[in-house]
Design a protein around this ligand. Sequence first.
Ligand SMILES: [Fe+2]
Ligand SMILES: [Fe+2]
Length: 197
Amino acid sequence: MKFEETQTYTNLASSMAAECMDGAKYQWFADMAQQEGDACLAETLKQIATNEMAHAKVFMDFILEKEAEPAKDVDISLSYPLVGGKMPQRLQAHIESELHQGEVVYPAFARTASKEGFEDIAKAFLRVAEVEQAHHAKLKTLQQKMQNKQLYKTEQKSLWKCSNCGYSHSDVKAWEECPLCGKPQGFVVLKIEQSAY
Ligand SMILES: [Fe+2]
Ligand SMILES: [Fe+2]
């Protein structure tokens, strides 16, 4: 059977398209968060957008690698959550869609790939599923923190950094106004990993 006649081929194509849409969506959301003055949220959304585009590339690479002949076009149907409103609510449908991808869609695609004899593709679907579950958890935490006005507070001391001037300081909450450049709290990002440099 030709690769393009398998269900895995169609699943890779629809996953690639869905990941591209997700990448664009999170990039727009990052811009919105930036405009609304939340650098912390914008930073996370930008990272997620980068992840989604990388997932699209993984799926596209499999299509190109497995195919002997030029790819045929695939008709795909995708539902897309179009939710307006302010930022914490706006994220809701997308938080659910991350969970659906991570717990339902990609594990099912992995099982199909396995059945059709594509173990490498099955593993990739499962690894991407793990990332989508992590996206779900991260976005849900951020949404709850925004709703409870806790976005700039942590239980343990954290390293906060001004995305404008680079000033950083460890505390259980971020400053209201950067002590170095004076930019408001919205410019603060949480520095999770401390660089060795
Ligand atoms: Fe993804
Ligand atoms: Fe995701």
